[in-house]
Structures are given as C-alpha cells and as structure tokens.
Ligand binder design. Structure first.
Ligand code: PLP
Length: 401
C-alpha cells in the first residue's frame, strides 16, 4: 500500500537506492558486487538457479559475479577449464589437497622445500588427521618415484620455482611420475605466474596461486586461486560451499585490477631481476647469487626449456660474504628504497631474511643442510628503475664495511 515516498525514514534508510531492475547498459569494467544474495523476476527463475538449470547467483558463498570474473581471468591465463578463488593461498592449497582425497589413511608426497605454511599444513594438520606425508627432494626424480612407489599418494605437490633457493621443478617429468602412480599432480606456481609457465599444459592436474603475490601484484590483497579441470572443479566447489573460505568481492576486484598489468609487470620484474643478479655476481661482498636466469644456476637449461623466452622470474637470492644475523640486519637497516618485508611479487622491491623468517623454525644445522646459510638474503625485485634498486643495494652493502 505505501509508496516509496510515503514510507518512514527508518524504512527508507534500509531500502532506498536499491537497484530497481537490470540496467540496459554495460560497464566496461567488472563492477564490485558486494551483494550477499540476489533477486529474480520470478520465484520460478530462482528455483531454476538453485537447481542449476539456469545460470545465476543466489548467495555469496555459492558464487559472486566479481569473484567469477577474477576466476575466469586466471583460468584463461593458465589455460585451464575453470578456476575457484579462495580467501588466501593457504586456503586454496588446503582445499586442493582435500579435493584430491587427502584423508585419513591416504598419503601425500611433497617437495621438501615447499612454502613454510604449506610445510606446516602437511607436517602438522594433515599428519594429525591421519594423512601420511613424505617430503622429498623434487629435483631427485628417482627419490620422487621411490616415494610414490612406496606410498601410492593421492597427491604429488611441488612449487614451479622453490623458495628461497629458486630450484626449478621439472614439471613434465614429475607429471609423468604422478600419472604412473595414480596421483594428482598439484603445482603451486606462485613464483612463476602464467607469464613464465603454464603447468596444466605440462601435465599438472591443479595449479595453485597465492594471488597475494604477483597476480594481484600491489601488496594490498590476500587471496588464493586454484585452476583445474571441470571434474576437479566440482569437488572443490562442494568443499568451498561447505567450508566457506571464499575470496571477498572487493579483494577479487583488486586482484583482477592488478592482473590487467601482469604481463607488463612480469616483463619488468624479470628484466630487473636479471640485472640485479648479474650486478650482484660482480660484487665483492657477495659470495653466491642464485637466479634461474644465470648460466651457473643448476636448472638454467630446464628453466630455458620450460619458461617463456628470456623470463626467469622476479626473485633473486644471494649470500653476503662472512655475514650472520648481525650483518644481515645492518644491511637491511641501511636500505633506503627496498623494503625489508615478508612478502614478494609487489611492484616495489622487497627483501627477506630466510634464517629469521620463512626458515626460522629450523636449526642452523638443518638450514645449512638444505643450503640456507646465515648470510642468505632473498630479494623480490620490483618494477622501479633498476638503477635505483642497484644504487640502494650498493649503499647498503657498503654500510657493512
Ligand atoms: C605466499 C605463498 C603461499 C601462501 O599464500 P597466502 O596468500 O599467504 O595464504 C603459498 N605458496 C607460496 C609459494 C607463497 O609464496
């Protein structure tokens, strides 16, 4: 009975300004849709959406148009059938493991140098739930094969480029091993991005990203995404609806916005990283430089074969001569442009000290055994003018003498 104008202010405050009908214009940019739910012209249509016989949205945990746009974009860039976005890279990894059947009495084989939180997820949570987890050197194909022979795992999980030693995974060979043993091959490709390599084309079943890093690219989003076949997508979707680790629409919008410049940023990250690596090689205070684009990197030829021409990623690790924690801290504190901070893949250059962050929980001896010395530093090279990054590194290294 009451027209909109005659309603009380209390009611107007709640209802005024709602969309009245579908617009007949199309924005050129995907809008942010914060709506938790949706209306349809008839309840019959809503019923069809619930039944899955009509495309549409009903409730945010089941899907959101802004998030779907981000998912479409990542699936396209990775050459996958579909993608599903999560609230973080870790939520994406956890859901992927569950989707392929990591349950009590099953087994998972993973690269020993996976991301720290992934290592903890496997060695603590998954193990406590009855999953047998075996960590192997993913560069030793015989060891991977032997672990798969013994355990018949549901999943083989590796990173396309490892952290912080930047080992490049032989994705086609590992995919063969997984297939021969009936395991799904999961690749965390956060460090490589689809600009360097598209693991699904090389035999991976699932590609995972922490979108927090290069995909979003500006250090202002926490997000994760999983790219799969339609069949695995259905498993993941059921899990997401049940457990609710959804990416929020605002975050999806920022990530999609960031991805528009992924190719440009990656070209610059790769170019700058190679310049930094070559410059560090000639620096008297630096004893070792690790970068897949250097000819002395153990998997340089593999990287050339697998990666986009001339692209080796934006991360460089290096060892400062005779440095322990005290010297590394002094070096970090002397930086004036590059930021000492625990993330990577942002537009600005970031430095991290593995011995006191990502690999802090290991003893000095354990770190030494896997090749992480007390003087090892990781730089995520940004898209600044590389001369300015080099000048900052130069003056900060000079502060050590
Ligand atoms: C950061 C990162 C993760 C975890 O992602 P979050 O978005 O922080 O949850 C997983 N794997 C790799 C390789 C990462 O760098």
């Amino acid at each position: 009975m009451s027209s909109a104008e005659s309603r009380r202010l209390d009611t107007q405050a709640v209802h005024a300004g709602r969309p009245r009908s579908a617009p007949d214009f199309t924005p050129t940019v995907t809008p942010i849709h914060p709506s938790a739910t949706y209306r349809y012209a008839s309840l019959e249509e809503l019923d069809q959406v619930f039944a899955g016989t009509r495309e549409g949205y009903v409730y945010a945990r089941y899907g959101n148009p802004t998030v779907a746009a981000f998912e479409d974009a990542v699936a396209t860039l990775e050459g996958g059938e579909s993608a599903l976005a999560f609230a973080s890279g870790m939520a994406a990894i956890h859901a992927s493991l569950l989707a392929v059947g990591a349950r009590s009495a099953s087994a998972v084989v993973a690269a020993q140098d996976v991301y720290g939180a992934t290592h903890t997820l496997l060695s603590q949570l998954m193990t406590s739930q009855g999953v047998t987890v075996r960590f192997v050197d993913a560069g030793d194909l015989n060891a991977v094969g032997a672990a798969c022979d013994e355990l018949r795992p549901v999943a083989l999980l590796v990173e396309s480029i490892s952290n912080p030693l930047l080992k490049v995974a032989d994705l086609p060979a590992l995919a063969d091993i997984a297939r021969e043993h009936g395991a799904r091959f999961l690749v965390d490709s956060t460090f490589a991005t689809p600009h360097l390599v598209r693991p699904l084309e090389l035999g991976a079943d699932i590609v995972i990203h922490s979108a927090t890093k290069y995909l979003a690219g500006h250090g202002d989003v926490l997000g994760g995404v999983v790219v799969t076949s339609e069949a695995l997508h259905a498993e993941l979707f059921e899990l997401l609806k049940m457990t609710g680790g959804n990416l929020a629409p605002q975050e999806a919008w920022l990530a999609l916005r960031g991805m528009r410049t992924l190719a440009l940023r990656m070209q610059r990250h790769c170019h700058n990283a190679l310049s930094v690596a070559e410059w560090l090689q000639d620096h008297p205070r630096v004893t070792r430089v690790i970068y897949p684009g250097l000819s002395d990197h153990p998997q340089h030829l593999l990287a050339k074969e697998l990666f986009e021409e001339g692209a080796f990623g934006g991360i460089v690790s290096f060892e400062i001569a005779d440095a322990g924690q005290q010297e590394v801290f002094r070096f970090f504190e002397a930086l004036a442009l590059c930021l000492p901070a625990t993330t990577l893949g942002d537009v600005h250059s970031l430095l991290l000290y593995p011995a006191h962050s990502s690999h802090r929980s290991l003893t000095r001896e354990e770190r030494a055994r896997i090749g992480i010395s007390e003087g090892l530093v990781r730089i995520s090279v940004g898209i600044e003018a590389v001369e300015d990054v080099l000048a900052d590194l130069e003056q900060a290294l000079a502060a050590l003498t």
